[in-house]
Structure formats: C-alpha cells, structure tokens
Design a protein around this ligand. Structure first.
Ligand SMILES: Cc1ncc(C[n+]2csc(CCOP(=O)(O)OP(=O)(O)O)c2C)c(N)n1
Length: 642
C-alpha cells in the first residue's frame, strides 16, 4: 500500500491529477472524514481517497446525495475533526441548504467543500459558476490555476477554515480537476491520525432558531469583513510586475491561459498581472494599490464576471478613472482555452490578435469522420428495459404515454429507436415532474429513474405522488451501480466505498412501504419481463398505484466480472440462411454490436462487441439469431448478482 501514488514520501514527485492532488493534500492536512456523491469532474477525489482510506485510518463514504455528504462531513467538523466533502457544481445546489446554515454555525476543525464546476457542460445538464455560492453563503472561495496549486491551496484552505472557523469552498474547473502534473510532495501522510472528536454542546451556536441565527449572522458578517481586509496576501492573491500602466487580473485556471498568452506575446514581464486564487471575497487592499498605478484593467476568469464586478466596485470606491474590461472581451459561456484568452489579451495590450498558430478548427480530412453520438453500450440493461416497456405499454393500450426521464446512462433512451426520455432536467426530476404532468394532461405518465438517482432524489417525489394522489407509474432502472459516473456503489448495491459488504437497501421495499404495488422484472428474460410489465400497466389503467423495478446489472460490470471469474458469456450471431434482412434486430434495439456492412443486406453481430444479453435473439421474428459459442453454465447469475 505504501507504493500507492497517493502515499509517496515527502520530497518525492508524484504525477497527480488535479483531483488526486486535492486528495493528497487532504491526507497531509490530517482529515478524518471524506464524503462525496459522484459527479464529473469531481469523482476522482473520493475514488482516490477510498483506495487508501483504511490504510490511513480515514473514514470515507459515498453518501446518498450531496446534501447528506455535506452533512456527514459537517458533523465531523463540528466535532473537531477535519473533513472534506466534494461534489460537482450541480451537487452544491442539492447541498445548498446546509451550506448556508454551516456558515452561520461554523466549524471547530477545518472543512473544505470542493465544488468541481464543469464549464462547457462536458458532462452536465448546465454550466454554473459556483463562486456565486461564496457570496450567497458568505464563505470564502479558493480557486487554483492548475493541479499543483490545487495541492498547495487545499492545505491552505484548511488553515483558512480553522482561522475563521467556517467551511471554505474550493472551486475547481474541469481543466484543473482533470489535468495531470508533477507535484513535489511537501509532507508525509500521517498514518496514525487520531480520529475521535468531541461535540461540545452550545445551543447558541448549533441551534439555529431565529434568535440565535440573528446573532450568528452578525458574527458571520464580521468574519467576512475581516477576510476581505486581512487575506490580501499570498497565496490568495499575488501581484506580478507592479508599476505597469496596464493590469490583467486573472482568477483560477484563467491565469494559466493569461500567462501563456503573455509569454507568446513576449509581454509577461511588461504588464502587471494580478493572480487571484481567492476570487470571493476579492481582497481589496492589493487591488486598490494596483488601481492607483494603472490606466486600464482586463479581468479574465472562467464563466461569470465575479471578479470583474468586484474590481469595478473597488475601482468605483477608489475613484479610479481608467477603463475596466472583462466579459466584453472574454467569453462568459463555455470553458476558456488559450485561443480566446490570447485574442483578448492581445487586443488589450495592443498587439495583433492573430494567433501565432493556425486557428484550431476541425482538421480537414479527405473522408469526413462520421459523428459518433454516445449510445447505450452493447448489452446495456436499459436497452432491454426500454424495449420491454414499449412493447408492454403498446400491449396494454396505453395511448401516447409520456416518459419523464432523469439523469444517468439511460438518458440516452431519448434517442431512436426508443425516444422514451421525454424530459431530463435534474436528479429526481423524472418523478417530480411526472407528478405535475399527471395533474395537467390526460396521457399516461411513466417516470423512468436510475437506481442511484432514485436513492439520491427520487424518494420524496415518489411519496408526494402517493400523498397527493398523482397517477403515475414509477420505473426504477436497477443496474446495481452508478454507471454514468464510473460505477460507484450506492445503497442498493450492498457494498461500501472501500469495497466492504454492507446493508443493501432495495428500491422495491421502499416503494412498497410508501404504498406502491411493485413489479420486479428481470429484463434479461425479455418475454417474462414484458408480461410482468404488461400486468403492471393493466393495474395502472385500473387506477392502482404501481411501480416497476427493472433489475439487470450494468453490462460493463458483467463483462468485467466474467473476465475475472473466467466465465464465458454467450455470443450471438446471425444465421445467414434464416435471416430475411428485415433488420428488426437493428431497428428495434439500436445495439452497436449489430452492423450492416457496406453492400450487405443482412446484419452481422460483431463478436468482440456483443455482450450476450440476447435481446436481439428474442426480437428476431425468424429465429435467425443464435448463440454461437459455448457459454459457461449458470452465467446468468452475473447479470443480477454483485
Ligand atoms: C446533483 C447531481 N449530482 C451528481 C450528478 C452526476 N450524475 C449524473 S447521473 C448520475 C447517477 C446515475 O446513476 P444511476 O441513476 O444509477 O443511472 P446509471 O447511470 O447507472 O444508468 C450522477 C451521479 C448530477 N448530474 N447531478
């Protein structure tokens, strides 16, 4: 275990992702509790910590959602133990209730909240600049410009948190979270950490009834002012080359682009650069000093003009007469890259804005590369479920059903051939929005939600539907993992973050307890599953309250386990002599393992892609798809046993 890259010795250099650098820094900071709910680009922080947690005496968990993750870490921090909670930007929306209160009551030991923002929405339903949360909650936001800085600043964030006794937000963006850099390790990881805390009763502090909250608010504002006044120092802000007439203020990853642009322009030591690592609250004093010397300022930051607004406000009160530019030159949407920053910087310093490299358009190819939109994997259980539901709903005569959708791999069901995700907004939204649609339209309303998403945010709206009598069917897609974010376990798997067996919570038990009649279907057995789903829809038509739990493991996990356990899964192939070329296997499944080769009228199944789920074989009207190898007896258990 001591060989693990996260446990290298002081003085060694480790090649770390930004997220791993944060993880290493939390270990050096002697944290005792780390919690998270997975979400790109934050996931690798807890993944890295879970690999070494037991060896280091650290408690880690995948919590059921971000609010709970925050609360668990906060519980440790008020008991005097350092803690970490990490999430993607939208996760902080879910945790925002406790975030706000935690600022009032504060912490007894350092607590860092990582908000990994995803500009450009590489893997998200929106982009948001979570530095706003710093203003909203009156908590400082630290923003590193690269992976190495993420390491240094995480440690500083713990010190800051303890100095002011409040949680500190560490905001990263994708290029910091997911870039690998050599990091010189400054300290060893303590393997003998003491992780028993003490909760000291203090009603005035920990019980936010209005009278107490009012007092705490004033305390918080005092803390906020003192951060603004006292933290205008390195590493939170640094002024390079003071004395120039022009200054560029750059926050977080934007600094890396500004530095490179200025170097390419041969101007790095000719312009004043204010490197901001604490964009919220922006320290006033160093900014005022810079504004006294310059005529023009350019603010470069990723997404919203948060630093720009503060610079303008400081300039206003300092009577600055010059020009302040920012989002008029630098894009406010999508992540930054060198090109737009180079152009903005060049214009600002009066250099030609043509980049010294060819503009990064799509490379010209003789044969254009076809676009490859994401598809459900071969063998994905969601494909089987969509097919089963579609056939069963038709059979039951459900007319124009609305399938409200949710976030996960199954969102891809919005595509052909299924087109069965008619909405997708946020986690749990499938069931919540279904409640509203059921009150508003005459169509049958079927809410489709993944298992991890069900535990995260699907249960309260499921209760709402019962309490408020919303006529919906809930379908939980139980692939026994959080597939979309890289197969993290969740309460329905019965395995902990460190791989230990733990209690398993079954969605059907919860739904039954709430008042649903639950049909558990096994979609590997397509025909039986259709019959069971049909019965559920018939009951729904009669006004009964029904739910379906569709259980079949994620194909990627099945393939991995088959490889490890040396189990041969079936491989299907098309019998030329029986195949009529009707293409039902392609048109009804959209399975990427089945192809129609150039010039051929009959499909072929690629054996190296086929996962052996057998959906195509069960659909083929001519029985022309058969198993072409000798699978291990009892292989089916891999599809429903972890
Ligand atoms: C509030 C919030 N947290 C985290 C995410 C990241 N995320 C997207 S889908 C998903 C869960 C998907 O798991 P599951 O519901 O089991 O569906 P699967 O991908 O396994 O089909 C997560 C965690 C998010 N989009 N929103």
């Amino acid at each position: 275990m001591s060989e693990h890259p996260l446990l290298k010795r002081k003085g060694e250099v480790a090649l770390l992702l930004g997220n791993e650098a944060i993880a290493r820094a939390t270990l050096e900071s002697d944290i005792c509790v780390a919690t998270a709910y997975p979400g790109t680009p934050s996931t690798e922080i807890l993944e890295a910590l879970s690999e070494v947690a037991e060896y280091c005496g650290l408690y880690v968990e995948w919590s059921v959602n971000e609010k709970t993750a925050f609360e668990v870490a906060y519980g440790a921090a008020i008991a005097g133990l350092r803690s970490l909670t990490s999430m993607k930007h939208v996760g902080l929306n879910v945790a925002s209730d406790i975030l706000m209160s935690s600022a009032y009551s504060g912490v007894e030991a350092g607590m860092v909240v990582v908000s990994a923002d995803d500009p450009s929405m590489h893997s998200s339903q929106n982009e948001q600049d979570n530095r706003w949360y710093g203003f909203l909650a009156h908590l400082p936001v630290i923003e590193p410009s690269n992976a190495r800085e993420a390491y240094v600043l995480t440690k500083k964030a713990y010190e800051l948190s303890e100095k002011y006794k409040i949680p500190v937000i560490l905001r990263t963006t994708t290029r910091v979270s997911h870039t690998r850099m050599p990091v010189l390790l400054e300290q060893d990881v303590n393997l003998n950490r003491q992780c028993r805390g003490v909760f000291k009763q203090n009603f005035e502090r920990w019980v936010l009834v209005p009278g107490n909250a009012r007092r705490r608010k004033l305390e918080l504002m005092k803390t906020w002012r003192s951060i603004v006044e006292s933290e205008g120092v390195e590493p939170f802000i640094k002024v390079l080359n003071p004395g120039s007439k022009k200054a560029i203020v750059a926050s977080g990853v934007a600094y890396s682009y500004v530095k490179e642009a200025l170097e390419l322009l041969g101007m790095f030591d000719k312009v004043t650069v204010v490197k901001v690592n604490m964009p919220v609250p922006l320290p006033v004093k160093p900014l005022k000093e810079v504004l006294e010397l310059v005529d023009e300022v350019l603010v470069v930051e990723e997404l919203d003009p948060i630093v720009e607004m503060q610079v303008k406000s400081i300039a206003q009160s300092a009577g600055f007469k010059g020009v302040i530019r920012g989002k008029d030159l630098v894009p406010a949407s999508y992540e930054l890259s060198l090109e737009p920053v180079y152009k903005a910087v060049a214009e600002f310093v009066g250099a030609p804005s043509k980049t010294p490299w060819e503009s990064a358009g799509a490379p010209k190819m003789e044969t254009p590369i076809p676009s490859r939109p994401p598809v459900l994997c071969a063998g994905c259980p969601h494909r089987n479920t969509f097919y089963v539901l579609k056939v069963a709903a038709n059979k039951a005569g459900l007319r124009n059903p609305i399938y409200t959708g949710d976030i996960g791999c199954y969102t891809l069901g919005y595509q052909k051939p299924f087109e069965m995700q008619h909405t997708c907004f946020e986690m749990g939204g499938s069931v919540g929005v279904a409640n509203g649609l059921a009150k508003s339209v005459d169509n049958p309303v079927i809410a489709i939600i993944g298992d991890s998403t069900f535990f995260h945010a699907g249960i309260p709206p499921a209760i709402n539907a019962v309490y408020n009598n919303s006529n919906i069917v809930i379908v939980v897609l139980d692939n026994m993992t959080t597939a979309m974010t890289g197969h993290q376990p969740h309460p329905g798997v019965g395995v902990s973050a460190t791989g230990k067996r733990t209690a398993r919570v079954l969605p059907e038990k919860i739904l039954e307890a709430i008042g649903y009649k639950v049909h558990v279907i096994n979609t590997l057995r397509v025909k039986e599953a259709i019959e069971e789903a049909f019965r559920a829809f018939e009951e729904y038509k009669r006004g009964e309250r029904v739910a379906i739990v569709s259980r079949m493991r994620c194909a990627l996990e099945v393939l991995r386990d088959a490889r490890r356990q040396k189990i041969t899964l079936p491989i299907y192939s098309v019998l030329e002599e029986k195949c009529t070329g009707c293409l039902a296997c392609i048109n009804l499944t959209g399975c990427p393992a089945i192809i129609l080769e150039h010039g051929s009228k009959k499909p072929r199944i690629m054996p190296e892609v086929c996962a052996g789920c057998g959906l195509c074989a069960s659909i083929c009207p001519y029985k022309a798809i058969v198993i072409s190898n000798t699978p291990t007896q009892g292989y089916e258990r891999l599809w429903w046993e972890v």
